[in-house]
Design a protein around this ligand. Structure first.
Ligand code: NAD
Length: 389
């Protein structure tokens, strides 16, 4: 009772307002879990007459690198585009200027166009620090229910073949722009883990392991500290693991796993990882860096109805400000295009692209990107890659 008595009337009012806000958040999240309980089934691309691939440039270097990835897709899919089975559709307007002008992370007209596509290739988008504007990525993951962020990292010379399944719609990100502030006193954010949200990402990771001859899935949490949210994440992953008898489910805390990934000798034993959102966000950048830099990795955001593929780096606004935009490396978004092809059941084309990327970035390396005028431009790199297809 003492605590209440030392508060000013303004603080008391702010606490009451925050409590009402919190109740509203709880209701929204329970409703989201209830919607998930109804379930949905994934699209079968191999039987679809027409597949629409939306191409979104984004901000900063985004339009420059995305245009090159779209050229590569255009070449690989030339026959399908000519026959009308595939359409590459440009979507304009997902820019920071537009988003700020309409006060929405994704303007309504852009969202409508996005929802008319089956899969998306998306350039990085800028998120302003502070304020309440949600990241376009987080908004898209929520709106299209892209619950699995899949990031492969492969270093054949070291025997590393990792695939990360990062939960993409919950954790700290679900309510990251909905925190509470008691002015002059404190701020508080929320983390949410739902039963269905965890079960579907766990299922995706174990299914992937089963279908790709993997023998272990590492569950990574901080369940010793985040007892409710990560505790439930861990328990559900173990429950799902029981349906996959040939696959060992081991468990690590995020801090030691971060160390394990830089420990040569130990790290090559890991195969598939399943993690809540924030840990997955951080550790996949670490893993990409081990592979050779964030420019070398692509990222898939997969849901049952939609899927979005992107580079794992950001919009690099300083490259544009310093006149180096044309020298941005398109390899990461081209890697994402490879993942997109695999997702739409065009594995043969994805394999061709993977082989060309490997030659251009690992073995032959005739055209080298440095990020500045002493190296090649994104367009020159894409020309080289297309020669190799
Ligand atoms: P960043 O990835 O944009 O840049 C980090 C560093 O890497 C910079 O030095 C940059 O010049 C370099 N870099 C990045 N991509 C490159 C490329 N293709 N070629 C050459 N160099 C490259 O990260 P940041 O500076 O932290 O973020 C900038 C903006 O991007 C922020 O607004 C952030 O919110 C946003 N962002 C978006 C996404 C996304 O849309 N998926 C992801 C991360 C960050």
């Amino acid at each position: 009772m003492d605590g209440y008595m030392i508060n000013s009337a303004e603080t008391e009012a702010a606490i009451k307002e925050a409590a009402a806000h919190y109740e509203e958040l709880l209701r929204q999240q329970v409703a989201r879990q209830t919607r998930m309980e109804q379930g949905s089934s994934a699209k079968d691309f191999s039987s679809m007459d027409k597949i629409v691939i939306g191409v979104i440039g984004g901000d900063g270097i985004g339009p420059k690198i995305t245009a090159q990835a779209a050229r590569v897709l255009g070449k690989l899919l030339a026959d399908e585009i000519a026959s009308g089975r595939v359409e590459l559709r440009n979507i304009e307007g997902l820019t920071i200027e537009n988003r700020l002008a309409c006060g929405k992370p994704i303007p309504d007209d852009v969202m409508e166009e996005i929802k008319a596509c089956d899969v998306l290739l998306k350039g990085p988008t800028t998120t302003p620090n502070g304020g309440t504007m949600e990241s376009a990525n987080v908004a898209m993951r929520k709106a299209l229910d892209l619950y699995a962020n899949v990031r492969p990292v492969c270093i054949p010379a070291e025997g590393i073949d990792w695939t990360f399944f990062r939960e993409n719609t919950e954790g700290e990100y679900a309510l990251g722009s909905s925190g509470i502030e008691i002015p002059g006193k404190l701020t508080m954010d929320f983390k949410v883990t739902t039963l269905c949200g965890t079960r579907r990402i766990a299922r995706a990771a174990f299914e992937y392991a089963k279908n790709n001859g993997k023998t272990s899935v590492s569950i990574v949490t901080k369940a010793n500290i985040m007892k409710k949210t990560d505790g439930m994440f861990s328990a559900i992953c173990h429950e799902v693991a029981k349906d996959y008898p040939g696959i060992e489910a081991d468990e690590y805390y995020i801090d030691i796993m971060t160390a394990n990934l830089v420990k040569t000798g130990t790290r090559s034993k890991f195969q598939v990882f399943v993690l809540p959102n924030l840990y997955g966000d951080i550790i996949t950048d670490e893993a990409a860096q081990i592979q050779g830099g964030v420019g070398t990795a692509g990222s898939a955001n997969i849901g049952d109805q939609y899927a979005m593929f992107e580079a794992i780096h950001g919009s690099a606004p300083r490259m544009l400000e310093t006149g180096r935009g044309d020298y941005a490396n398109p390899a990461s978004i081209i890697k994402a295009a490879e993942m997109l092809l695999r997702h739409i059941a065009m594995a043969d084309k994805a394999d061709r692209l993977a082989a060309a990327l490997e030659a251009c970035t690992q073995t032959e390396k005739r055209v080298v990107i440095t990020g500045g005028p002493d190296g090649a431009t994104a367009e020159e790199f894409a020309d080289y890659l297309m020669e190799k297809l």
